[in-house]
Design a binder for this molecule. Sequence first.
Ligand SMILES: Cc1ncc(COP(=O)(O)O)c(C=O)c1O
Length: 370
Amino acid sequence: MTMINATETVAFLDLAAMHTPLRDELTAAWNQVLTSSAFVGGEAVAEFEKQWTDYCGTAHCVGVANGTDSLELILTALGLGPGDEVIVPANTFVATAEAVVRVGATPVFVDVDPDTLLITPEYLWSAISARTRAVIVVHLYGQVAEMDLIMAAAEAAGIHVVEDAAQAHGATYNGIRAGAFGVAGSFSFYPGKNLGALGDAGAVVTNDPVLAGQVRSLANHGRGSHLLHTAVGRNSRLDGLQAAMLRIKLGHLDGWNRHRRAVHRVYMDAFAGTDVKTLATLDGGEPVHHLEVIRVPDRDRLIAGLTERGVETGIHYAHPCHKQPGFSRFDRHRLPVAETAADHQLSLPMHPALDLRQAEAVAELVLELL
Ligand SMILES: Cc1ncc(COP(=O)(O)O)c(C=O)c1O
């Protein structure tokens, strides 16, 4: 049996351990940007956009300032605003819903599947009204939602599918990467993401050249050309320094995701046949395990026990979006699965530098504390 010794801490996420082996490469790329002075836009941004487009299997990529702006820019470019409804799963980070409200549209929250905690084609279908213009499908925790049926339902209803892939860099469903299914995919490169910058960053991917051009213009003060502002835009551009860091880290993404899968297998093997409820994987899905979410009867007691033994945990999320005070005016229905999950879910340590024996020890400790 592997033990966590008294002085050891098991980090929820260890960015320093991921960056230390890359320090020389990152520093050299940083120095190169410093020499070129291309701090906003420039060669590193253009090169990263090309690489990310190729990686996702889409035709276009526009680097932006973060993964909330990327959603908002997509919705704006699609012409969404007051009077329009956008369907959003209640179990997501609040940024998904924030973007809808920021453009003046109304988020319509729907429940999630009890096994995957993702939006389903059925919940999407049940929420479509005459005002629905789009759904934001969130590939939460690193798993891609059931995109074949979701795309079919959205097509039948004549609404846009926007993908929030902030937690799903490299995840696939039937061999297609997150972000490449809908009219556009939105990514966050917040440092803790599977592909993270050394600060805030984000991107929009799409196969639609017109949409890509609109997003690029909106994110750059509505520019049609340097001196001509054809729309009222904003400033949400990707920094050259962040793009240079992302280029280097992208080379490691597949390896990191493979390690996350190995960690996930350790947890799954340990929890099989126990009271710990793990996330189910859809047939055809290849998740990237951004978070290792489990559900247990007494979440708070387990967190206290783990914390006492030096194991860091997180909660994603403690309140579904419709129960967040800032969004209470959009709280229309009971959403029992999301509401129950919020009371029971916790996230265990999961990162590419996590030793498999440590994951084994964490799992053993979870079972002991239960
Ligand atoms: C599902 C989801 N959507 C959107 C975002 C927003 O990304 P950012 O923090 O880069 O604005 C995040 C980031 O935490 C996220 O997890």
